[in-house]
Design a protein around this ligand. Structure first.
Ligand code: GDP
Ligand code: IMO
Ligand code: MG
Length: 422
């Protein structure tokens, strides 16, 4: 049995796509198990940039079967655009490379409308969503009135679902319905060749010893149960969700690779203890190109936060760490790392359960010496300046999790794989 769950350790955008691209050179199956096209996973291969929102980041290695599991919410229009774009660029030549779960829920046009309208109306409780309809689609799923992918393959079925007892009559005008039914059915027809029993496929792959990578979207602190609620996404992003969102049992999961940037970023609203509002924050944003891969919004930037990461290690059950964007820290004279939270005069090392307390945190920082440019060809930690080595070792010591990968550039190959991961 050979599987690896790869998940985000912060507020998303940790570089999961790049890490999955690197690992999927040696995998057979790559599975997305939650989220939707709120995700933007960037890969840089042969000088070309690819931003994937729904299709697993293993798609550029032709031997992988890429699965979108039942836990994902699919905007069919976006998925079809992504398929077309990949085909145009010479990938996804064989349709059997992509498989879609019939039980993935469909993001409908009214979900997007609702997402945007609710954000506008939510005053100080604004979340800063991506506006892609993610929350409303998951709401319908849990309310047991969602539309699953296989239902849009059948015109009769989709017509019934959008007319009989239709819950969103308030946001969809009656005269819009025929056009909406036509459009969704057309998308369904195009997606039909990819729909298959993905749960059975992934289980069989695991049973027969094939190498399966599970690709998380978002990150620990955006998890609807364990993150900074209500400033989170509407799915579980923790490693345990890999089972639920793909239809396999927990006995198949042993290794969990948690990806974390060498500093911290967040897009959207919500508390962020180590956020910087000074020139150091601007420097991280500009050097790191910290602008959202999905919405283009500037990402909020701050120092590494070990209190937050310790929480993330626990909720994911991380067995290895991938540290990305170490190169972006080069040139800072001193690096600050948050080792404790001061809240109302008391210092603590655990993440508070009340988001209002998180908003009042004064980070307790430890200073570490900075380092100069990293050699682009570094292949082992020994090739890095000693201060950079010590920074990485400090993270592993503090979190008590070994480092599996260190990434020092956006392009394929600009990473050191330090141990066998799966
Ligand atoms: P994801 O959502 O976790 O896949 O991350 P994103 O793709 O949204 O954001 C990560 C950004 O950092 C992308 O622009 C990547 O190309 C880039 N990136 C990933 N790893 C590294 C790295 O080690 N160094 C640098 N400089 N950029 C990186
Ligand atoms: P990847 O997979 C960073 C954030 C949004 C917002 C909150 C809720 O690329 O790491 P939603 O549209 O999901 O209802 O928005 O979650 N968010 C992300 N931030 N990376 C992501 O995905 C994100 N997906 C959602 O900015 O704050
Ligand atoms: Mg991203």
């Amino acid at each position: 049995m050979s599987s690896l769950v790869c998940v985000g350790g912060q507020w998303g955008d940790e570089g999961k796509g790049k890490i999955i691209d690197a690992l999927s050179a040696n995998s057979d199956v790559v599975v997305r198990f939650q989220g939707g096209n709120n995700a933007g996973h960037t890969l840089v291969v042969g000088g070309q940039k690819f931003v994937l929102h729904l299709i697993p980041s293993g798609i550029l290695h032709a031997q992988n079967r890429c699965v979108i599991g039942n836990g994902v919410v699919i905007d069919p229009e976006v998925l079809l655009q992504e398929i077309e774009l990949l085909k145009k660029r010479g990938f996804l030549k064989d349709a059997s490379q992509l498989m879609l779960s019939p039980h993935a829920h469909v993001i409908m046009p009214f979900h997007k409308r609702l997402d945007v309208a609710r954000e506008k109306a939510s005053g100080t409780r604004k979340i800063g969503t991506t506006g892609r309809g993610i929350g409303p689609a998951y709401e319908d799923k849990v309310a047991r009135r969602g539309i699953r992918l296989f239902e849009i393959l059948d015109r009769r079925r989709i017509t019934t679902r959008l007319t009989d007892g239709f819950a969103h009559a308030g946001v969809v005008r009656e005269e819009e319905l025929p056009g909406m039914i036509d459009a969704v059915y057309r998308y369904g027809e195009h997606l039909k060749p990819y729909v298959a029993d993905t749960g059975e496929f992934v289980s069989d792959a695991l049973e027969s010893g094939r190498r399966v990578l599970f690709e998380g979207a978002q990150g620990a602190m955006l998890d609807v149960d364990h993150g900074t609620y209500p400033y989170v996404t509407s799915s579980n992003c923790v490693a345990g969700q890999a089972c639920i969102g793909s239809g396999v049992g927990p006995r198949h999961i042993r290794n969990v690779l948690m990806v974390a940037k060498a500093y911290t970023t967040r897009v959207g609203e919500g508390p962020f203890p180590t956020e910087l509002h000074d020139t150091a924050g601007d420097e991280l944003r500009h050097k790191g190109g910290e602008f959202g891969a999905t919405t283009g919004r500037p990402r909020r930037c701050g120092w590494l936060d070990l209190v937050q990461l310790r929480h993330a290690v626990r909720i994911h059950g991380a067995t290895e760490l991938a540290i990305t964007k170490l190169d972006i820290l080069a040139g800072f004279e001193k690096l600050r790392v948050c080792v404790g939270y001061e809240i109302d005069g008391q210092t603590r090392r655990s993440f508070p359960w009340d988001e209002e307390e998180v908003a009042r945190v004064k980070p307790v920082y430890e200073e570490h010496p900075g380092f100069t440019e990293l050699p682009a060809t570094a292949k082992s930690l020994r090739d890095l300046p000693s201060e950079a080595q010590r920074y990485i070792e400090m993270i592993a010591d503090q979190l008590k999790v070994p480092i599996g990968i260190v990434s020092i550039g956006p392009a394929r190959g600009q990473e050191m794989i330090l141990r066998e991961l799966f």
